[in-house]
Design a binder for this molecule. Structure first.
Ligand code: PLP
Length: 385
């Protein structure tokens, strides 16, 4: 098969070898809730993974609850009914960001009239004033305010001002949930510092298997009513026998992500070279979020006059896998909610290059020649794609 370049890490990072090995090694493990020796060995595997994941964000392992991924994590946390110990606790309103991933924008278990969207500016940064204003008019007599925001955007890679958001939420007496799915392993996240009250992670964005994720709490003070009830697994926060192979793979990927974070500047340099290629071949290209802090691995751009889906197909045919907007739901292509939130309604979609530590110069060269072909056809210099 001809060489291909996989430039879609934000959709799913390639499974790391260490993660694959950990998955395979755990496939025959017993039930981690069983009290016999085999069960205790399975539990040890699970607790090792929990400790590795805690290490990635400097959290306490006992504050981690495993889920089937970030969507389940969001649906669990975005809930009006919580408990503080045995006492019920009520959140009356949810504040989300208009550029959040759909799993936050859908509002979890809140009703539509209990949700307020806070906008972003043209760079994709949350409007802090608007958040502060919305929280100032929150009616505390009805219940607490829950704020859920992405730490880094899946499409643009824009990194939100996390400390500022945390202090606005704290000053208003609210609780902050951060969707750290794209941020994990790409920016420093430290739960021991004032950051967020809860983080949401997903294994497959850091080189682990799909279908496993975690909620990480800063303390064990309060938790939402579980989404999945039944057995007492995960301290009754998430019933059902844990996906041990998935969790083991997640743990291995998290450990690897902690290690490879040391080389994130190399990823940034390579991403910048992809950006240089775009601007060299398409001088009028629009690069989104360029003036904002961005993930080191992400480049989100539009080629004026060219539909992103058309370009994506042309890239694919030329051996380059990348995304048009975010294509994380069933391959459907539609207006990018992130571009809309940023005020770019008129753009015919955008292309996302997202890379990782395994991306190399061959990938860059494949990308360059594919883009050169697309550009020459755009200007009528060759066959139509
Ligand atoms: N949040 C962000 C920022 C994402 O990019 C994604 C996946 O694309 C999700 C949440 C959902 O993750 P999962 O596939 O684990 O449900």
């Amino acid at each position: 098969m001809a060489a291909r370049a996989y430039l879609d890490y934000n959709a799913s990072a390639p499974l790391l070898r260490v993660a694959r090995e950990a998955v395979v090694a755990a496939l025959e493990a017993a039930n981690p809730s069983s009290v016999h020796g085999e069960g205790r060995a399975a539990r040890r595997l699970m607790e090792e993974a929990r400790a590795r994941i805690a290490g990635l964000v400097n959290a306490r392992p006992q504050h981690i609850v495993f889920t089937s991924g970030a969507t389940e994590g969001a649906t669990t946390l975005l809930a009006p009914d919580w408990r503080m110990g045995k006492a019920p606790l009520r959140f009356s309103h949810l504040y989300i960001c208009s550029a959040d991933h759909s799993c936050l924008r859908s509002g979890g278990r809140f009703l539509p009239d209990q949700i307020t969207q806070i906008g972003v500016d043209g760079q994709g940064l949350l409007k802090l004033d608007a958040l502060a204003q919305a929280l100032a008019s929150h009616d505390k007599a009805q219940g607490l305010a829950l704020v859920a925001v992405h730490a880094a955007n899946n499409e643009s890679g824009v990194v939100q001002p996390l400390e500022d958001i945390a202090s606005v939420v704290k000053a208003a007496g609210g609780v902050l949930v951060l969707d750290a799915v794209q941020a994990a392993g790409r920016i420093l996240l430290d739960m021991s510092k004032p950051c967020a009250d809860y983080l949401i992670l997903s294994a497959h964005k850091i080189g682990g298997p799909k279908g496993v994720g975690a909620i990480i709490a800063a303390s064990d003070l309060m938790m939402p009513q579980p989404l999945i009830t039944g057995g007492g697994q995960e301290k009754s926060h998430r019933a059902g026998t844990e996906n041990l192979p998935g969790i083991a793979g997640f743990g291995a990927a998290a450990e690897s992500a902690s290690e490879s974070f040391k080389t994130i500047d190399e990823v940034r340099k390579l991403r910048d070279r992809f950006e240089d290629v775009v601007l060299e071949l398409v001088p009028d290209a629009l690069i989104f979020g360029r003036a904002a802090p961005r993930l080191a691995n992400t480049l989100f751009f539009a080629i004026p006059g060219l539909k992103a889906e058309t370009a994506q197909i042309a890239f694919d045919l030329a051996g380059v896998a990348l995304s048009a907007g975010s294509a994380c739901s069933s391959g459907k292509v539609g207006a990018s909610p992130v571009l809309t939130a940023m005020g770019f309604d008129e753009i015919q979609g955008a292309l996302r290059v997202s890379i990782g530590q395994a991306t190399d110069m061959h990938d860059l060269e494949l990308f360059r020649s594919a883009l050169a072909g697309i550009v020459s056809r755009r200007s009528g210099g060759g066959r139509a794609a």
